[in-house]
Design a protein around this ligand. Structure first.
Ligand code: AMP
Length: 187
């Protein structure tokens, strides 16, 4: 099965994706990680995106779609993909549809981990206390929250009518959310 998990920063997508990977033997596809690897390896793409990522802007669809293409077409990962942080725009969502169709695959489950801004603030404040982070971190994350909600709204509209679309309350405890997701995936 192929799964998409999406939601704003602070919703706990990464944590849930890691859990699903373990339980269902899938491959986590995080475009954030893929982009950071390009930067680290100083590839030609990496040099272009370093600035973009550091500013909190989005990498171009062209770059991200190219990275995703290799993974979707990898026979070892066929029907074992969990997308975390992708698609983030309507163009990326449409591209993913085409890539999957061309390799005789589809999306089987879409989870939208929804979390209110106030909950994200509470979580980050708690983390700031624990890790002694600067306050401007909160401002940055809140900006990313707004950008995310704005830019992924068309993606949400694109998937919401899908029968396999599930909205999950991301403000609940991690374990409770995991159980819900596992139950849906086990049917
Ligand atoms: P993440 O680790 O998912 O929070 O992503 C970190 C950063 O990588 C984001 O703030 C964006 O700059 C970039 N990024 C990750 N995924 C995408 C994507 N699907 N499209 C465009 N930019 C992305």
């Amino acid at each position: 099965m192929n799964v998409i998990i999406f939601g704003p920063p602070g919703a706990g997508k990464g944590t849930q994706a890691i859990n699903i990977v373990k339980k269902f033997n899938l491959f986590q596809v995080s475009t954030g990680d893929l982009l950071r690897t390009e930067v680290k390896n100083q590839t030609s793409v990496g040099k272009d995106i370093e600035n973009i990522i550091s500013k909190g802007d989005f990498a171009t669809d062209e770059i991200v779609n190219e990275l995703i293409k290799k993974i979707v077409n990898d026979p070892q990962k066929k029907n074992k993909l969990i997308f975390d942080g992708y698609p983030r725009s309507l163009s990326q969502a449409k591209n993913l549809d085409i890539l999957l169709k061309n390799s005789s695959q589809k999306i089987d489950f879409i989870f939208f981990l929804n979390v209110k801004k106030e909950t994200v603030i509470k979580r980050i404040e708690k983390r700031s206390l624990l890790e002694n982070r600067a306050d401007d971190n909160l401002a940055t994350i809140l900006k990313r929250y707004d950008t995310y909600m704005e830019t992924t709204k068309p993606v949400l509209d694109f998937y919401i009518k899908n029968v396999n679309f599930y909205e999950i309350d991301g403000s609940e405890e991690i374990a409770g959310i995991s159980t819900k997701i596992e139950q849906i995936l086990s049917v």
